[in-house]
Design a protein around this ligand. Structure first.
Ligand SMILES: [Zn+2]
Length: 60
């Protein structure tokens, strides 16, 4: 079996994301494995696609 380095294996799986919660405006944290983001305030979970789509609309 080939070995590979999982960059998340030795770290907290949550990485800070530079997006605001779509619900309350709090800070979103990306859960890298699941391709999801969770809000540190209201604990809502969003897919990264959902957040990117919202961000794209805001910048349009
Ligand atoms: Zn929130």
């Amino acid at each position: 079996m080939a070995e590979f380095t999982n960059p998340y294996a030795e770290n907290d799986p949550f990485v800070e994301a530079h997006f605001d919660c779509l619900n309350c405006g709090g800070k979103l944290w990306e859960y890298a494995i699941q391709r999801q983001m969770v809000c540190e305030d209201c604990r809502n979970v969003f897919s990264t696609e959902e957040v990117f789509d919202d961000q794209a609309r805001a910048e349009a």
